[in-house]
Structures are given as C-alpha cells and as structure tokens.
Design a binder for this molecule. Structure first.
Ligand code: FSO
Ligand code: SF4
Length: 539
C-alpha cells in the first residue's frame, strides 16, 4: 500500500505497511483500485456526454465511491469490494471512449488476487516525489472533499451537475500526461468547485433545518438511556430524533455533530439532550464511557475496541467490518429502531470524567451578520483588534496542544473564528466575550468554513476594503481531505497568507509548495510566540 492523504501519515511521508489510522494494506488496495476505476468511468462518461449518451447516475456513484475512501470513513473490505463490482458494471455499460482507451477503462479482474495485484501496481506508480504526482494527489484529495460535502447536500435533495461534471473531469485528467500548468489550473478550479459545493451544502442545511441560532449546548448527562450520534450527517440526526421521540431515550451529539444543536428544526426536539465528549480521536474512551449505542454517520470512525464494538452502528458512507450497518431505503428513509431498542437495554450514559463548560455554537453567517452593526462598531472603536480564523480539524498528536496554547495566548481584544472539529482544542476554555460577542465564534462543522468566508466578505464590504486588508489572520489546522478542499476553496476566493499546521501535507512536493508560497503566501505554523508576533501584529 501507499497512502499519504492525511496529516498523520507514517513518518510524515506515507503509510506503506498499515495506516496509522488503522487502515489495512488490503483495504487501502481496494480503495486505490476503486478510485482508479472511477477514473475509467469518468473517461468514458465524458466521451459519451458528447453524443448525449452519458449515464447521469455516474456523478452520484463517484461521490459515494470517493467518500468511502476518505480518511477514517469506511474500513469494510466487503463494501469496498461491492463498490468495485458496481464500478466495473457501470463502466462497462458505457460506450468505449475511443480506440486507445486507458487501462482503467478496460481492465477487468477475474478474482480478488488480481485486484490485489492491480493495487500493488497503482501503489508502486505513486512512488517517487515529483510535482506531477503531487498535483494529481492535491486534485484527487480536493475531489474527495468535494465528494463528501456534495454527498451531504445530495441526501437533502440539493444537487448540481456542474459539481459532479467537474469531479469526472478532474478524475479523468489524471489518466493523461498534462502539462504542469494545466494540472495546476485544475487544482485551482477544484477550489472554485469547492466554494460552489460548500455554498450548496449551506443552502441545503439552512433551507432544510433553518438558520443556526447562537446556542449554548450542555455537556452534562441526564438520567435516561442515551444514543450518541457522531459524524456530519444532519439528516441522520433528524430521522433519529423523529423516530426516538417519546421513547424514553435521549440523544447526545458527539464530535462534528455538536453544531446540529443550533438548527431550529433539530433543537426543537426536547430529547436532544446536549453534547457528549470532544473531537473524533477521543472516541475510544468516550464511546466506552457512554454506555449506550453510538451511531456513526460519516468520518471519523476509529477502529473500535471489542469492549464496545457491539454498541456501534454505522450508516451512510461510514463502515467497519463486524459493525452493524444501517442502509437507507429507496425513499432515503432509515430505520433506526434497532438503535433505539438497543439504547433501552443500556444504562444511562456515564458523565464525563471532569464536568465541562457548556459549549456555544451556531455562530453561522446569518446569526453573526445579524450582529454586524455591533461587530463593525467593536472593530471601529478598537475593542476588537483582530480576528483569527482557527478552523479545520483536530488530531491525536501531542503537537496539536499548540492550538490550545495559541488560543490561550491570544490578546483579549481578539476573536477566534472557527468551524470543524479543531475547535475542541479551545472551545471549553473560558475566553470570555467582547461587548456580548463571544471570543470563540463557532460557525459549525468544517463545511461551515463557508460561513466564515461569508462573514469576512460582509466585513470587507462594510469597511470598503479587500478581504486580505481586513484585520483577519488565518491559522488553520488540517487533518484530512475535506480540510485540503477547504484550503483550496480559500485560495480560490483570493485569501492570502494562510498559516497551516501542525504539519504540511506530505503530498505537497517542494515544487508545488513553492507555487503555494510564492502565489498565496502559505506558511507552516511554528511556535506560539513566533506565530503570535506574525499573525497578531501590534495587538
Ligand atoms: Fe473533523 Fe474528521 Fe469535519 Fe474532518 S471529524 S477531521 S475535516 O473528518 O470532517 O472536522
Ligand atoms: Fe496513513 Fe492517513 Fe492514509 Fe490512514 S488515511 S493510511 S493514516 S495516510
């Protein structure tokens, strides 16, 4: 295997024996073959579209396939094998794209051994460290981010063929030898498609569940049995809330599901009790203590311990071998009765080791912009000197304590803008407020970085300046491919001088890094002191 798509990749270069995330060599191989087949499908479907013979189901198939390969999403070989079978059938039903088709358009395995051999071939081709490989990786990982966010919008009925067309264009492009300039342009275009996708998801979420309201979420536990729901899929939570009403069971959010507590159509359920635990990598300890069943809707799932494995249920793109999986019916409905019945057999959740503070979330663009007058005034009179965007992901390495220390060290006249699970490094701190404006503005899930952009654009308009002239600095933490897409989206919007950490991506070659530094001023984070001096000048 060879995988270097996430921040914790082995030795900072690539996982070659087994993933640090727990992904096995054979699982990685199936993912590589699946992606490669998606390239072949795309090549054929693009050619078929020229004569109006394209298959419109390809977009959603590729969305599901790419999402399955995102870090910490699906570890289940059987489901990946099934996707490979379906990919070949989909591809073979399309007309040939020409006389000399790439191998990905025609290769058909006779058995699993041939799939494993092909995986070896694909992994070997990924060795070396050149700019072509790096640009292809950047594009692929950006597309995985697009796929994940597009999936969330699509399950709510919001689709856009321009997005899935670009996914196919991007995938097919990697089967050809393109000049570096063309590949770079595709990577930047991917950022633009990222902006479109994030905007689509924002519309899907807010039209379906209402505009998030600034909400204080409790972190204590009640005395009834509970179900813990984690991941990003709001529709799963909504269905679970509906089905568990009056069942005597409470629902708790975990990780990236915390911002769901702020949506009017979700918070209206009185048995949505609060949030339990922190970011994804704490789940072994937290799922153990929770006592009740856990519904994992997307990434991040960590290979579960035997002690609580039978209490885990996956759904949607998430999967783990030996863990029960709940699929949607043709109408998109899911039956969570087994999870609810399981909860009733369990003890109420055990409280956290140390009682935490309530967490404030729901500071998305509509809520924050309704306070725009106050915010602009606070900037004008000097009460707020600077905003620091600290969005992104959390991760398990100790070096991530940098983000807690950075938040603590920020001067009191600064405000943190956040989204994604990175917030768990500082959202429990008592950082106070400025004139009623919380010093940690949590817009929501990682996709709600889009909200931060809308807020920044509105501030730029109010002050009559460009987005880079605002008193905003960017100190972003990344972990997986959705964060790579968010970064590309920010670059597409013209945001400069982003500080990125805690490591730079292994898939960015020195040549590609030079382009990012020269054109966008990207820098790696360093020490709290040095970064404060650089990112919060004169405050
Ligand atoms: Fe975190 Fe995981 Fe939302 Fe990521 S839960 S790390 S960017 O998958 O998705 O922020
Ligand atoms: Fe390694 Fe990350 Fe890939 Fe897992 S997802 S195999 S940790 S690079």
């Amino acid at each position: 295997m060879f995988c270097y798509q996430c921040e914790e990749t082995a030795r900072g270069t690539g996982c070659t024996v087994k993933g640090v995330c727990g992904k096995e060599d054979h699982t990685a191989g199936r993912m590589d073959v699946l992606i490669w087949l998606c390239k072949g499908i795309s090549e054929r479907n693009i050619a078929a579209a020229k004569s109006g013979k394209e298959n419109k189901d390809v977009g959603m198939f590729i969305t599901n396939a790419l999402f399955a390969t995102l870090t910490n999403t699906n570890f289940d070989d059987a489901r990946l094998r099934d996707l490979i079978t379906r990919a070949i059938a989909l591809r073979d039903a399309l007309p040939a794209s020409g006389a000399n088709e790439p191998d990905a358009c025609t290769w058909t395995p006779k058995n699993d051994a041939e799939i494993a051999a092909k995986a070896e071939e694909i992994a070997a081709a990924a060795n070396g460290n050149d700019d072509v490989r790096s640009l292809r990786a950047l594009l692929l990982f950006g597309l995985k981010g697009v796929a994940a966010y597009y999936h969330h919008a699509a399950v709510l009925g919001y689709t856009d063929a321009k997005i899935t067309d670009f996914m196919q264009k991007g995938l097919a492009s990697t089967l050809h030898d393109l000049p570096a300039g063309e590949m770079t342009a595709l990577v930047l275009e991917c950022g633009g498609v990222g902006v479109t996708t994030l905007a689509l998801l924002d519309t899907a979420n807010t039209k379906t569940y209402g505009d998030p309201e600034i909400t204080s979420v409790r972190t204590s536990v009640g005395n009834r049995p509970g179900i813990l729901i984690t991941g990003h899929d709001l529709k799963d939570l909504q269905q679970l809330l509906e089905q568990s009403q009056d069942s005597g069971v409470d629902i708790y959010t975990h990780g990236e599901m915390l911002p769901a507590n702020a949506y009017p159509a979700l918070k209206k359920y009185p048995h949505l009790y609060g949030n339990y635990g922190g970011s994804w990598w704490h789940q072994k300890e937290e799922f153990e203590r929770f006592s009740g069943p856990v519904l994992v809707t997307t990434n991040c799932i960590v290979p579960p311990n035997d002690s609580y494995r039978d209490r885990i249920y996956t759904t949607g793109p998430a999967g783990y071998p030996g863990v029960k999986h709940i699929v949607a019916g043709k109408d998109g409905k899911k039956d969570f009765s087994a999870v609810i019945a399981h909860a009733k057999r369990c003890q109420p959740p055990q409280g956290p080791n140390a009682p935490g503070r309530d967490l404030v979330t729901g500071c998305a663009h509509t809520a924050v912009l309704s306070l725009a007058g106050t915010v602009v005034e606070a900037v004008k009179n000097g009460d707020i000197k600077r905003f620091i965007v600290m969005a992104g992901c959390d991760g398990r390495q100790s070096e991530r304590s940098y983000y807690t220390e950075f938040a603590k060290a920020l001067p009191k006249n600064t405000v943190i803008l956040t989204a994604g699970c990175a917030k768990y490094r500082y959202n429990g701190l008592d950082l106070g407020s400025i004139g009623g404006i919380p010093r940690v503005i949590d817009a929501g899930q990682c996709n709600d970085c889009y909200s931060l952009v809308v807020i920044a654009q509105a501030l730029a308009k109010a002050f009559g300046v460009g987005i880079n002239e605002l008193p905003i600095s960017y100190n972003i933490a990344w972990y997986e491919q959705k964060a790579a897409l968010v970064l590309l989206a920010l670059l597409n919007l013209g945001v400069k001088d982003i500080t990125l950490g805690p490591k730079l991506p292994a898939f960015v070659s020195p040549g590609v890094l030079k382009v990012l530094v020269d054109n966008f001023g990207i820098a790696k984070n360093s020490t709290v002191e040095a970064d404060l001096a650089r990112l919060v000048p004169g405050v």
